[in-house]
Design a binder for this molecule. Structure first.
Ligand code: BGC
Length: 377
């Protein structure tokens, strides 16, 4: 048994980790490595038949190619994800093929089929609809290509790896921010705007929010006046929800729990038209530039900073390992309804006017001059 194999086994046995190892074919010790992989995969997946789990990579002598299938590039954050991921993979001497589906499941499936036809060595998918993309994973596996689900979980399939932020914690941070602002002796009147129903993350953000809000609702300290899901996370949809809330309740509410910065932007547009911007507390997520500016100006109260640099860099690293069938370790496991998917979870930070500079600006994610334009000469 080689030292590396021993290391993998020891690390898997000693730590409370979920390990994922995919054997690489072609090398002299391929058979031995297949056996190791078999043992580890059995630990991870329980029932799974390891013979079918391990695919020989396509025999290729040229450089590695990673396929990146994206839901959309419309929101600012995803352009950052694409650029950072691509730069990192290219810096390692590999190639990236990017496809974006414009929030359309049929197009996203076609994109994945095209990447499979182009014989990518590994696929990274940011699904528009986590359930709909199970088919894409199955097709990739039929072609022997491993799949990493990026940020959003692909459900109902034998997914290889999931890389994301702690999404329940995102929702908790948003709701905690509001819980800390309940008027003394009174209650917080709240409008809730959830994300896209097709996005598993939107459900996790809500779950995190509920963890904090349910006891407060039960205690009469928070009253939810209006709530709805924003179609495809669209700002226009959030604006409509806010308008509907105002039509129903008048301007008598204290806060809008918007699940991301895009929907916060839509809600704030509606508030601006009613002369309420800055008077109603609005949450968000992503530290989009526009949101950081709104926080600096006082029309949005908070956002959640999810360092895109970390997820994009980690994804590149993991995708390259998957592409080469190298061992890798994932410390968490998240059920996608079919299997416990080996998962890597990254941490996040709540951002307010008070810590804008020491978080997103200090990290180089946003420039001081962009966030606080009026303070610059
Ligand atoms: C992501 C958020 C993003 C939202 C809309 C979610 O899955 O986690 O960062 O704002 O999608 O694109």
């Amino acid at each position: 048994m080689s030292a590396r194999i021993l290391l993998v086994l020891v690390s898997c046995a000693l730590s409370v980790v979920t390990g994922l190892v995919i054997a690489r074919g072609g090398a002299n010790d391929a058979e031995a490595r297949m056996r190791v992989a078999t043992e580890v995969i059995k630990q991870v997946r329980g029932q799974k038949d390891p013979e079918t789990a391990i695919q020989e990579p396509p025999a290729k002598s040229n450089r590695l190619v990673i396929g990146l299938s994206m839901d959309t590039l419309k929101e600012e954050r995803w352009q950052g994800d694409r650029d950072l991921f691509t730069a990192k993979v290219q810096a390692a001497g590999a190639e990236v093929k990017v496809q974006s589906a414009n929030s359309n499941d049929v197009i996203q499936l076609q994109n994945v089929e095209s990447l499979i036809t182009q014989k990518v060595d590994a696929l990274v998918i940011i699904p528009h609809d986590g359930a709909a993309m199970a088919k894409a994973v199955n097709l990739a596996h039929e072609a022997g290509i491993p799949v990493l689900s990026y940020d959003r979980l692909i459900t109902g399939c034998d997914l290889d790896l999931y890389l994301t932020f702690d999404n329940v914690k995102v929702g908790e941070l948003q709701a905690k921010f509001l819980a800390d602002r309940i008027p003394a002796g009174g209650k917080l009147r709240l409008v809730r705007i959830y994300g896209a129903k097709t996005d598993n993350n939107a459900k996790l953000f809500k779950q995190g929010q509920d963890n904090i809000l349910q006891p407060l609702i039960a205690a009469g300290k928070v009253e939810v006046l209006f709530e709805d899901w924003a179609e495809d996370w669209k700002p226009e949809s959030a604006k409509k929800i806010t308008n509907a809330a105002i039509t129903k309740n008048g301007p008598n509410f204290d806060a809008i729990l918007a699940s991301n910065d895009g929907t916060a932007g839509g809600a704030i547009q509606a508030l601006t038209e009613e002369g309420l911007a800055g008077k109603v507390i609005v949450t968000g997520q992503d530290a989009d530039l526009a949101a950081c500016q709104r926080i600096a100006q006082g029309t949005q109260a908070m956002t959640v900073y999810k360092p895109i640099q970390s997820i994009a860099t980690k994804a590149a690293e993991l995708a390259l390992k998957l592409a080469q069938r190298k061992p890798l370790v994932a410390r968490d496991a998240i059920s996608n309804g079919q299997v416990d998917v080996p998962s890597v979870l990254l941490d996040i930070v709540a951002v307010t006017k008070e810590n804008l500079r020491e978080t997103v600006v200090k990290d180089g994610f946003r420039k001081e001059a962009e966030v606080f334009p009026s303070t610059q000469q």
